[in-house]
Design a protein around this ligand. Structure first.
Ligand SMILES: Cc1cc2nc3c(=O)[nH]c(=O)nc-3n(C[C@H](O)[C@H](O)[C@H](O)COP(=O)(O)O)c2cc1C
Length: 464
């Protein structure tokens, strides 16, 4: 995916932030296009040393919201189409700098921002709020969708940073090191805030990346996706390409098999029951060098089928049954989940875990895994809900499944809750595990036998 980094820099701080953001974008697999905006008229461009008169002129122009013609370097940068715009807005007299404001109110901004998400980096000595409010308002007026902002202030207190900034701008060389004998902070952005650039940028990219970017498009596969690419609460990221979750793999076509072979899949954990596997055997790339793990057990969906096929069944009753099942699945599937965690911690990767729909047994396993990795609960639930995208395919699977004859005669609106990835379902699992074991980690220790050391090994393998 491609993003535009649009900035102006007079004393080099926005430029430094741009370099760090560019590196973060490339690290996340994005293509950053950097574009510098400046006044079109050479004579208007700010140069150090800046006189008191110049400072007054530009602070006045910024607070009035003046606009001047601007140019772009490279000139063609805005001709492209971007998935995300990253705006760097320097504070001049509490407001966006005149070049940035001039851009934001131009026809170029309306063209490049229309319908596109944007994030803002405020580069300022100290004052950021009015600047951010204005950039956000103008960006939205140009048709952009605001995502998030990061404020990057200078080091030092109110007075020392003011003295330092003014001396720096008014001198051709570097700024003063002391003022009236008192040491001044080094000119420029606070190192602590600067270090937030990388994790912040990664989070923004991740939010903009369509969740479906995790979906591996397959012709005959169902709900096959990477669990990677999510940020954790402590600023790490789940590595992509190592663990995949999926639904049935019984209808993989030859090109699908080639695609899976390209992913280098080494291990498959198939959570399905004996009967499900017999009815719909998986199709693997030849030669099948995949280590396939299955568990000798029979299906326990009988209670659900009863709830659907009893006379007078209702959608509400089926939904209640689903919630009940989500309380018990972590125990019923404990052997499978234990094997999954053990293999991720100690065995070769990439690994695929799957069931039939890739929704319930697989959905819980993915939610447990992402939680152990430290992915925030809302994101874990978003990942769970992503299965909704496969609702149509799931309906087709159910209709052609030999084991579903008991309920295909029933009105589909009644069994609809069975095919849904409803947040209340996965929340039921989390409620049970928290009540009974204190946390997901506690459940892993007490029920799956995955101790803290193995949990750390999982994190070590999957986080970067
Ligand atoms: C004309 C002018 C006015 C400024 N006014 C403010 C201000 O009101 N508040 C503030 O926090 N910083 C102010 N600054 C400081 C800049 O925000 C700071 O130097 C920032 O690093 C500029 O970005 P740059 O280094 O990329 O040019 C001003 C700078 C200039 C040049």
């Amino acid at each position: 995916m491609k993003c535009l980094l649009l900035y102006y820099s007079f004393t080099g701080q926005a430029q430094r932030a741009v370099d760090a953001v560019s590196a973060a974008c490339r690290g996340a697999g994005w293509l950053p296009v950097v574009c510098r905006v400046d006044f079109a008229a050479e004579g208007e461009r700010l140069k150090r040393p800046l006189s008191i008169g110049d400072i007054k002129r530009w602070t006045g122009a910024a607070s009035r919201g003046d606009k001047l013609p601007v140019t772009y370097d490279p000139p063609q940068a805005l001709a492209e189409k971007f998935d995300l715009i990253l705006l760097f807005s320097n504070t001049w007299q509490k407001s966006p700098s005149v070049p940035i404001r001039s851009f934001l109110e131009s026809a170029d901004a309306a063209r490049v921002l229309a319908g596109t998400p944007f994030a803002v980096y405020i580069v300022c000595r100290r004052l950021w709020r009015d600047n951010l409010d204005t950039v956000r308002r103008l960006g939205e007026a140009a048709g952009g969708r605001f995502v998030d902002s990061l404020t990057l202030p200078h080091s030092g207190g109110a007075v020392s940073s003011l003295v330092q900034t003014t001396s720096y701008m008014m001198r051709a060389g570097s700024g003063w090191t002391h003022f009236l004998g008192v040491p001044l902070p080094a000119y420029g952005l606070s190192p602590e805030k600067f270090s937030e650039i990388e994790p912040f940028t990664r989070r923004v990219l991740e939010r903009v990346e369509a969740p479906e970017s995790r979906i591996v498009p397959l012709e005959g596969g169902h709900n096959f996706r990477d669990i990677g690419g999510y940020s954790t609460a402590d600023g790490k990221c789940v590595r992509r390409g190592l663990v995949f979750r999926s639904g049935s793999m019984a209808d993989l076509t030859l090109p699908d098999q080639e695609r899976i072979a390209q992913l280098g899949v080494k291990v498959v954990c198939d959570f399905r029951s004996n009967r499900e596997r017999e009815n719909r055997p998986s199709r693997w790339p030849e030669p099948a060098s995949i280590d396939l793990w299955t568990r000798d057990h029979d299906s326990s969906v009988g209670a659900l089928l009863d709830a659907i096929s009893v006379p007078g069944a209702t959608a509400a009753a089926v939904r209640a049954k689903m919630i009940e099942i989500y309380h018990t699945l972590p125990y019923e599937q404990a052997d499978s989940y234990s094997e999954l965690f053990r293999r991720i911690a100690t065995g070769p990767l990439p690994l695929v875990f799957h069931c039939s729909a890739g929704k319930d047994r697989t959905g819980i396993a993915a939610a447990l895994l992402l939680t152990v990795l430290g992915v925030p609960r809302e994101t874990v639930i978003e990942d769970y809900i992503l299965t909704e995208r496969f609702f149509e395919g799931l309906c087709r699977l159910v209709k052609t499944d030999p084991t579903s004859s008991r309920f295909t005669a029933v009105d589909p609106s009644i069994w609809d809750p069975m095919l849904r990835a409803d947040a209340a379902y996965i929340e039921a699992t989390f409620d049970t595990l928290t009540q009974r074991h204190g946390s997901v980690g506690g459940y892993l220790r007490e029920v799956l036998g995955i101790d803290d050391q193995l949990q750390s090994a999982v994190r070590l393998k999957l986080l970067e």
